[in-house]
Ligand binder design. Structure first.
Ligand code: DC
Length: 229
């Protein structure tokens, strides 16, 4: 059973996907973390410079990156050269690197393969940009979460502040608008609403309202309403 939740940064998809996955006892597959880790690993090898990947044989470089992706108690565990990646993945720098490297078809193909392999156990809630359109087109439920840019930037800014990262609201809003543009205008697997997705505008909803709504949709779409809460 795959539930695919797509949407732009700050739409609430990671918190909602994590909550829904926990309630269902499924893997929470954070595809953004995979792209962030790939961005950090490629930058660490000097392969991303000034918003560009500067090597040609990207596929073989990707195969040889010292990254590992595992699942532990329903969560994705990512290591770079044996070191666990956690907070590093959540920095504005990692966000931007992810947005840059994710434009390259070789990187997307590689990340898609990893996601399908990790979801092999058969029960996963995936959050991403192309989870419903490309990676898991057969998902039993496809959701597209959205919210106004200002609301999304406010959520991201508060998240950075909670983590002690210093960045102004205006910079967060500017980065977010730039990233939205890059993510939805790239040639390969751009962020799109799948034709059969349920679109939810979360601007005026709390995370728990959205999660409850998504869970009710899971019952309806994936279990034909045959389980009780
Ligand atoms: O969801 P996130 O903010 O962690 O994603 C970081 C960047 O990674 C985002 O700007 C675009 C890219 N990304 C992607 O292209 N496809 C995905 N499935 C997930 C993330």
């Amino acid at each position: 059973m795959i539930v695919a939740i797509d949407g732009p940064a700050g739409s609430g998809k990671s918190t909602v996907a994590r909550t829904v996955a926990q309630k269902l006892g499924c893997l929470y597959l954070d595809s953004g973390a995979i792209y962030r880790a790939l961005g950090l690993a490629l930058a660490g090898q000097g392969i991303v410079k000034e918003d560009e990947v500067v090597f040609n044989n990207l596929s073989s470089i990707l195969e040889r990156l010292p990254l590992s992706f595992d699942v532990d108690e329903g969560n994705l565990i990512i290591r770079l050269s044996g070191r666990l990646l956690t907070d590093e993945l959540r920095t504005p720098e990692a966000s931007n690197l992810a947005s840059v490297v994710s434009q390259y078809p070789e990187v997307r193909e590689f990340a898609t393969k990893i996601q399908r392999k990790l979801a092999f156990s058969g029960c996963a809630v995936v959050d991403g940009r192309d989870a419903a359109t490309v990676v898991f087109p057969d998902a039993c439920l496809k959701i597209f979460l959205t919210a106004s840019p200002e609301v999304r930037a406010q959520r991201r800014w508060q998240e950075y502040r909670r983590r002690g990262q210093h960045i102004t609201f205006d910079d967060v809003l500017r980065d977010l608008i730039e990233r939205d543009k890059r993510d939805s205008s790239r040639q390969c697997a751009p962020m799109r609403v799948a034709p059969d997705a349920v679109v939810i505008d979360t601007s005026e909803m709390s995370i728990s309202e959205v999660s409850d709504y998504v869970l009710s949709l899971v019952k309806e779409y994936c279990f034909g309403n045959s389980i009780r809460s």
